[in-house]
Each structure stands twice: as structure tokens, then as C-alpha cells.
Design a protein around this ligand. Structure first.
Ligand SMILES: [Zn+2]
Length: 400
């Protein structure tokens, strides 16, 4: 969660910050396992975590902030101050008193809160910002809140709820060199067990101040992950985010209104195929290639990359008609691949609806199960495309 306090009087702000500062002046913790202060380049963390865990957390946070800074093209302007609580009973009343009341309340509710204080003269521009994070140590909450703090400090706002919370979820899963889905299994299982939440409901879903569920966060994550990684949408996503955080009058519909059906289709496909390691960047749908029917002895050729999801064959099929394919080239799936993987498979797309996948034998006729555009791929588990190699050139013609 994230909230802002815009303080219109500098004098008031000074008082506010001094109250906060007293915490950071105290460098040594109490002897009985109470909270202690740990510091790194970008973070000051006041926490009752063990020293090993606290330093591990700092390392993860620094890595994440480096990745998010690179993504937005802005370094973090200031140190982020965090209260991270593993067990509140280790915090004396005096220690708890160092937190803002709303931060303590959030921690007592098992969650987190980032308070960004924006310094602004009456009627004047924003001139400075500070961010303080209050978070429980579990569920990667400190990582999530640190994204809010970075955005608040760097851009003065974190954008609308779907973006703010969705990106905080995306960010908390950031790992160097990792493009695959690495949300925890319970999140993936939940998303796959539900009817897809309508996109309009996600982008218009306000933050529920009390007990906004992790399920709502999961839906926001899905949308932001898809838009951020799928190359059909990622180019517009960053400028949209920056514009929304700058307070410009824009939003999801402005940026993606004309692509709504495409996004809706890919969103549903993403949820259907979602598993750990799924690469949204490799599975973007090809909306550009032109398809045409096969006539007489004419043939169409396309290249199918073993590492990618469904790819355009260029052939428009007719239900019941027989076709034959010849494939040249080599590809391989990874070592821990399941039986049957590596087979060329097809699927028919028609009017934003997909049929069932079917195997396509090399050199033998197959029957098109329905009318529509034929897409192809190398059969493999959706979460294991990363280690595939090679490609095939596929030629398709009528089997007459
Ligand atoms: Zn949040």
C-alpha cells in the first residue's frame, strides 16, 4: 500500500521529520533481540530480523532497486527508510512509538505501508520528498513497499492503484537475469483456478483500505507483468507508467484502448498457460503477419523458433481440408523436458478464439479441425521454453 501526505507548510514538515529522525540516530539496538539499524547504499532498515536475515534483505533490496532504476532510467534519489517487523512482541512500546501510527496499524494487520511525504510550498511546486516504509518481513512485503518508496521519491507519485500495486508486485519478483514468472505457487494456483477477472475490473479497482486481499494484488500483478514483458505492449507501458506517475491525465484506456481485444486475448492465454518460468516476452501473439488460404499446389513457408510460443504459419485453413507439412532444420528442448516435447504442434485461431493444439506430423497429411489461421510451435512445457534451441523452416501446402 502507499499513501502520500502533501505538507503545505515547511515548518510542519521539519517537525515531522525530526520525530522520524530520532530513530535513525540510534544506532545500537536493545540487548534482548530488539530492533537494530542496518544500512546499505540505498536503505536504512530498522528491524528485529536476525543480522544474517537483515543483511540478506538489504542485498535483495539493493539488487531490486538497481533493476528498477535501470528499467525507469532514474536512480533512486534518496535513501529509503524502512521499519521491518518479524515479530512485533520484540518491539518495546518505546520502539513501536517510533513508527507512524498508520504504519504500526498496517504491520499489526500483517501488511505494509509506504508513506511518502512531499514537501511543497503553499500553491507551489513539489520540491522534495521523503519515503518511510513500514512492513512485516514475510511475503516479500519489504520488497513490494520499497518499490512504492522508490516511485514516490523519484516521481512524486506512484500512479493509479492497478499500476502502483501491480508494479510493486512485479518489482518484488525482480531477479537479475530472470525474465520468467517467479510468483509463488499459491499465487499461480489461485489465478489459474479462477475465472479471469475482467480487465476493466482490474484497472478500475480502488485500493480497499482495510483488508485489500492478496487476490486483488495477484490480478494487478498479472496485468502489469503481461504489459511489461509482452513485446506487443511493453514499449507503451513504460511511458504510460511515467506519465501516470507524473500525474498526467492518462490511463490504461488511453494507451491501450485500440488494442483492448488483443490484450484481452493474450491476458486469457497468459492465465491459461501460466506456470513458473513462463516467458511472456517469448510468447507474445503475432498480430502482424498476414494469412492467406492455400490454393492448388501453392505452398507457404515460415520459420518456427523452438524458444517461442505460438507463431504464425501464414496459412489460413479450412475445416476438414487436408494439408501436409515438410520441416527442415534442427531444434532441441531442454534436458528435463517431458515425453512428446520437441514435436511440431499447431493450433487454429479464429476471431480471438483458439482451438485445441494438435500434433503435426512431418510429411504426412493432417486435417484442419476448424476454419482459421494456423499457428505453430515446438511442443514444450510453457515454463521451460528458455533452454530450447534452434528453429525449423516449415512449408505447408494442400495434401492433394
Ligand atoms: Zn502496495
Amino acid at each position: 500500500m502507499w499513501e502520500t501526505k502533501t505538507l503545505f507548510r515547511i515548518a510542519l514538515l521539519t517537525v515531522f521529520l525530526m520525530a522520524g529522525n530520532s530513530v535513525w540516530a540510534q544506532r545500537t539496538g536493545s540487548a534482548g533481540g530488539g530492533p537494530r539499524l542496518y544500512e546499505s547504499r540505498t536503505f536504512q532498515i530498522y528491524t528485529d530480523l536476525s543480522e544474517v536475515d537483515a543483511r540478506e534483505l538489504l542485498k535483495d533490496l539493493e539488487t531490486m532497486i538497481e533493476l528498477v532504476s535501470k528499467y525507469f532510467g532514474h536512480p533512486c534519489r534518496k535513501r529509503i527508510q524502512m521499519f521491518v517487523v518479524e515479530d512485533l512482541s520484540r518491539w518495546s512500546p518505546e520502539e513501536r512509538g517510533k513508527m507512524l501510527p498508520e504504519g504500526l496499524t498496517s504491520i499489526q494487520g500483517g501488511a505494509g505501508l509506504t508513506v511518502t511525504r512531499v514537501q511543497q510550498y503553499v500553491g507551489g511546486p513539489k520540491i522534495d520528498a521523503d519515503a518511510v516504509v513500514f512492513a512485516v518481513s514475510k511475503h516479500q512485503t519489504p520488497m513490494h513497499e520499497a518499490i512504492h518508496a522508490y516511485c514516490g521519491l523519484t516521481f512524486g507519485s506512484t500512479g493509479p492503484v492497478w499500476y502502483s500495486e501491480g508494479m510493486a508486485e512485479v518489482g518484488k519478483y525482480f531477479q537479475a537475469g530472470e525474465k520468467g514468472v517467479n510468483a509463488p505457487p499459491y499465487v499461480i494456483e489461485y489465478l489459474k483456478s479462477e475465472e479471469p477477472k475482467p480487465l476493466d475490473d482490474i484497472v478500475n479497482n480502488p485500493l480497499e483500505r482495510t483488508g485489500d486481499s492478496w487476490q486483488n494484488y495477484a490480478w494487478r500483478w498479472v496485468l502489469c507483468h503481461l504489459l511489461g514483458y509482452n513485446e506487443n505492449y511493453s514499449q507503451r507501458f513504460k511511458p504510460l507508467g511515467l506519465a501516470m506517475m507524473a500525474g498526467n491525465n492518462t490511463g490504461f484506456n488511453n494507451a491501450y484502448g485500440t488494442q483492448f481485444r488483443e490484450i484481452e486475448f493474450e491476458y486469457q492465454l497468459f492465465l491459461q498457460d501460466l506456470e513458473p518460468g513462463y516467458r511472456a516476452d517469448l510468447c507474445g501473439w503475432d498480430w502482424k503477419t498476414r494469412f492467406r488460404p492455400l490454393v492448388g499446389a501453392a505452398q507457404l513457408a515460415c520459420k518456427v523458433d523452438a524458444q517461442r510460443g505460438w507463431q504464425a504459419s501464414r496459412a489460413k485453413c479450412v475445416a476438414g481440408e487436408q494439408y501436409v507439412v515438410s520441416a527442415t532444420g534442427e531444434w532441441s528442448t531442454g534436458p528435463d523436458s517431458s515425453e512428446g516435447n520437441g514435436q511440431l504442434v499447431g493450433i487454429i485461431f479464429q476471431d480471438y478464439v483458439l482451438g485445441e493444439p494438435f500434433p503435426i506430423p512431418d510429411g504426412e497429411p493432417f486435417t484442419a479441425p476448424s476454419d482459421g489461421q494456423l499457428y505453430l510451435r515446438c511442443q514444450d512445457d510453457w515454463g521451460k521454453l528458455t533452454d530450447n534451441q534452434g528453429s525449423k523452416t516449415v512449408r505447408i501446402k494442400l495434401a492433394k
